[in-house]
Every structure is written in structure tokens, then in C-alpha cells.
Write a protein that binds this ligand. Sequence first.
Ligand code: AMP
Length: 286
Amino acid sequence: MKLIQSCDELKAWIGSNVAADKSIGFVPTMGALHMGHISLVKKAIQLNDIIIVSIFVNPTQFNDPKDLEKYPRTMEEDMALLSAYKIDVIFAPSVNEIYPNGEKSNTKYNLGGLDTYMEGAHRPGHFNGVVQVVLRLLDLIKPNSLYMGQKDFQQFSIIQYVLKDLNLPVELVVCPIKREANGLAMSSRNERLSPLARANASIIYKCLKRSKVLLISQSVEKVKNYVEKKFEKTSFELEYFDIVDVFTLSPINDISQSEYVAACIAVSIEKIRLIDNIIIKYPKVK
Ligand code: AMP
């Protein structure tokens, strides 16, 4: 496992260590790693010859400077965790390495309108920043496949859209959500929750699972009301709970209107945002 911090060194390493017939699996992260990240690493190892993991807290995807400042940075622990797996390179560049001309970019990527919903509506510019850094990393690494989590539902949808739109030769592999014992989706942000909030946050996945059952017999409107009422009784602030079409991300009012449906939720507590989702309905295999 080699730690590389400069783009030139990374390109040189790939040039001299990756034969033309070898596949590169790439796992982008912002560090503060947990077993959710590791599930992506394990999948990449199963399917590829060379594994590259990046650790980079990307400033351009934070619309709240305080959130960026508070984002956990745990490089030593991350390296120790990753050392148990057969990873070839950890790429941990500085901001200046990734954005040598400054991090401000005037490029507005075509996100097909997918950024107008949910996270995009609550975090202006967030997905433009995500796409900016992912494209920069893909250009440097040129992986065969890219590993992302279903946890960041809208993120993988948007990256999938951009890969197709730009016709980039990289396969996106989406990995299932890893959860803590109480059902809370693992997240680097969970570390910042008080023990009580972390325990009570089990309500998020419970609500998602209950909604899935309720949607078999009840309308979207009724189920949304049910979730809103549930959260009113807690100290969690419900930012959104939307039932969406997986391809367009647009909210739907009737799940029979769409073949592929997910419920997505964002709540905040103790000034920390938590997101989660569940697939309500899969397309029928034809
Ligand atoms: P982050 O470091 O938060 O940017 O996450 C890096 C990657 O790990 C993203 O593709 C996330 O979707 C994925 N990820 C984060 N949390 C989880 C989780 N609980 N289960 C599976 N994948 C996750």
C-alpha cells in the first residue's frame, strides 16, 4: 500500500505499475473511514487487479464553510484501517494539488436537472462540486470502474448521468448501504452525534422500512404525513422525505406511475445532517 500525495507522482506510478491488460478499481472517499467505505473497497478488490482509494475532503462540495471546517480528518486511523486490505495506492492530495488554479470553478456541469431535487435543493452548488472533483480524479486515474455507495443516492445518480453524458469509459458500481447495529446508515458524520442522538437516530431507518410497507396499501400523501408526524414528536428536524423515481429523481405522488421507486430522507439534529434511503420498488426483470 503506497501513499501518494501528488498528481504527478500518481500518474507516474500508474504509468509504470499498471499494465495495459490490468483493470483499475477506484474508490473515492473523504476519509474518516468506516465499514461502509470498506464495503466499497472490498467490492473493488473482488473485481479488479489494481485498487486505488482516494482520501480528499473536497472543499467545493461544501456549501456551508462550518461543515467543511468540522468535517473529521483522521488520516492515521484511515491508513491503519486500509492497511488490512490489498490496496495498491492511497491517494491523499492537498487542495492545491487537485485545484492548482484555485478551487473556484466557473464550469457549470450538465446534471440533467437531477440536482434540482432533495440534496441539490437544500445544498446549492453541492453536486457541481462533487462532479468537479470526481471528473478531476477520473482524469488522473482513468479507472475501469468507480465504486460508490447507495447511501448517497442522488450523488450516484448524478455521477451516472454525467458519465453517460460525457461518454466516459468507466463503469459505476453502486454498493448497498452499510448500517450500524440500530439501523442508522454508517456515516463519517455519525461520530459527531451525541450518544443519545446516535441511538435515537434509529428512527430514520425504522421510518423508511415502515413507509415501504405502508406504500403497499396507502397513498404517497398519507405515508408522507405519517413520516412528518413521526418526526414532529422527536428532536430531529425533517428536511425532506420524498418518494422519487430512481431515474429522474422527481417526486411522485403515486408509486404505480413509476417502475423504479425510492424513498429518500434527510434530517438534522445537533446541526448535523443525516441522509438515508430505501428502494420501494424495483423494475420487473423482463
Ligand atoms: P464519503 O467519504 O462520505 O464521501 O463517502 C465515500 C463513498 O462511500 C461514497 O460513495 C458513499 O456513498 C460511500 N458510503 C458512505 N457511507 C456508506 C455506507 N454507510 N454504506 C455504503 N457506502 C457508503
